[in-house]
Design a protein around this ligand. Structure first.
Ligand SMILES: *Cc1c(COP(=O)(O)O)cnc(C)c1O
Length: 374
């Protein structure tokens, strides 16, 4: 069959989850961030595996992701990180999803909707302690807490904030954010609110900032087996979960001086062997990897030559002995003792490993390896 395969190693996922558990210990719970198709790893299957492993919370961006998890039988509490809009209230309530709140209008309206449905909805309140993105600005938190306290349709379960630069070597801004968060927590408590879960740590916080664990940590990337940056202080042993493979579709011998691919951007300088692969930018294999990418074939590294097309990529296998049609080619992951990491690909095109996973995996069909015996 022509095409590529994404393999998701659930044993590696279990290993990484155990690393998070080891780091945070028994006194903090874990929220696994499975938004964006679990960073391209398959949201439902990843969530199921982590539920079996005892994860305390799941985090997604949108209520529609949360509903998909519920419809697939996930029972774990689910936090909707981007919050909710008015037209989602009834489904949020029906599917027992926990929204993040940071707007007064939405807070009031969802409280009324919950009361009308004769229920109390658990919510988490988001405070912006310096990221400048989502959340009530920390200087306005006290006013927000006053409003929240007056709303009878919601039950405040959590208070959260988000680090802007926990993955950087210099932790001074993270410390400032943590300090602001603690001050806001004190204000909330004096306004009569108390929280089962306060949380601010992402993966970088989990790895480098034990002071930030509080009652809950939110880890995404490290569960998928990659480090949030190369600047972390503490070593952590993670196993990559995603592998992307394809097969050689054609091999050809060409003379020196032969152009390869659209725009003839690569011209051979010696008699060469070119292998053509059935993968391209439509598969998330970024066109910026043209003349830059590397693949593994027969346990050797072979460079991408010429432009990446929509569905095809060409690699120079002149120095790889005996490459044949149908040989396995690894674009991300291990083959023999060789490995291509998401960090390596990201560095080639000036982005981060997070984006590589989303682009390669996102909403494509996957094979799940090492499922527990049912
Ligand atoms: C995506 C996200 C996370 C997870 O971050 P990682 O660096 O992948 O661990 C945590 N919190 C929030 C609010 C997020 O949006």
């Amino acid at each position: 069959m022509v095409g590529s395969t994404i393999e998701i190693d659930l044993e590696a996922l279990r290993h990484n989850f155990a690393q998070v558990r080891n780091l945070v210990g028994q006194s903090s719970s874990i929220l696994a961030v499975v938004k964006s198709d679990a960073y391209g790893h398959g949201m439902v299957e990843v969530a199921r595996e982590l539920e079996v492993q005892g994860v305390e919370y799941l985090g997604v961006s949108t209520s529609s992701e949360g509903i998909t998890l519920r419809k697939n039988g996930l029972k774990t509490p689910i936090l909707i990180l981007l919050g909710v809009e008015k037209d989602e209230f009834s489904e949020i309530i029906q599917h027992r999803l926990t929204p993040v709140l940071y707007r007064s209008d939405i807070a009031s309206e969802i409280s009324s909707a919950a009361l009308a449905a004769k229920t109390q909805l658990p919510v988490h309140l988001k405070i912006d302690t310096g990221m400048g993105r989502l959340g009530v600005p920390y200087v306005e938190a006290a006013k927000f807490f006053e409003l929240i306290r007056s709303l009878e349709g919601i039950r405040v379960e959590g208070l959260l904030s988000h680090f802007a630069s926990a993955d950087e070597h210099d932790k001074s801004f993270s410390s400032l954010q943590l300090e602001r968060f603690r001050q806001v927590l004190t204000q909330a408590e004096s306004a009569g609110l108390d929280f089962r879960y306060t949380h601010i740590a992402n993966s970088a916080g989990v790895i480098d900032l034990p002071d930030s664990y509080l009652q809950l940590v939110r880890s995404g990337l490290m569960l998928y087996g990659a480090p949030p940056s190369q600047e972390l202080h503490r070593p952590v042993s993670l196993k990559p979960v995603m592998t992307l493979k394809t097969r050689v579709l054609q091999v050809k011998e060409v003379d020196a001086g032969s152009p390869i691919g659209y725009g003839c951007t690569y011209v051979t300088t010696r008699p060469s062997r070119i292998a053509t692969l059935p993968i391209g930018y439509d598969d998330g294999y970024d066109r910026l990897l043209s003349n830059k990418g590397v693949v593994l074939v027969r346990n050797c590294r072979a460079p991408v030559v010429g432009r990446i097309s929509m569905c095809l990529t060409t690699v120079d296998v002149t120095e790889v002995p005996d490459v044949q049609v149908d040989d396995e080619v690894v674009l991300l992951g291990r083959q023999g003792d060789q490995e291509i990491t998401a960090d390596e690909i990201a560095a080639l095109i000036g982005t981060i490993n997070y984006e590589i996973f989303c682009n390669l995996g996102g909403n494509r069909k996957k094979q799940f390896l090492n499922s527990p015996v049912k």
